[in-house]
Design a protein around this ligand. Sequence first.
Ligand code: TMP
Length: 212
Amino acid sequence: MTGLFITLEGPEGAGKSTLARGLARRLAAAGHPPVEVREPGGTPVAEAARAAFLDAALDASPRAEVFLLLAARADLVSKVIRPALAAGRVVLCDRYELSTEAYQVAGRGLDGAAVRGANRLATGGLVPDLTLIVDVPVGVGQARQEAAGKVPDRLERADADFHARVAAAFRAAAGPGVVHLDGTAAPPEVEAAAWEAVAARLGKQTASARVE
Ligand code: TMP
């Protein structure tokens, strides 16, 4: 049996971290303790790339940003995600390629086809089985972060138009395995909706494993 690759996506302040904790608890209780990772990061190379990417003093250019993010992703995929999936584990990844589509393509305005090609090189074509997108309008996410006293990172300090394009790109995302969740709902409701999608995928996985 191969594992299950689940990604969590959405704008700042959408509640992804809270959702990740809730899903990890439920997965563990269902007998599938997940390998939890967050992007960019998760290996020494990826953490170094994350630090460079987020460092305001370095002020990476938009194209350099892509290569830092993809260097991080390439290392994480080959050293952590693929081995975990090969071992039959569930991988729960906070942000993945849809974040690059939203922030670097829609937000920064970089060429979509070129970024997607580079992303495929980085991942070797590994795509999630399930992409859970937590949608929130821009104002809601930012207000939550301010209320929580979070110091905005380099990207979070970008202008309002940038964040509007990012949120719109997440909202518009569609495709196999993509599930949208209403991030303005109460956290337990978001978690319940997410769990429904995850449990359905786990059910399929288990059924196909029985057939094999
Ligand atoms: P976080 O807030 O979820 O820790 O994410 C870190 C920052 O990295 C966040 O501002 C979004 C940004 N990011 C991108 O711009 N592109 C990407 O591909 C990823 C994975 C993250």
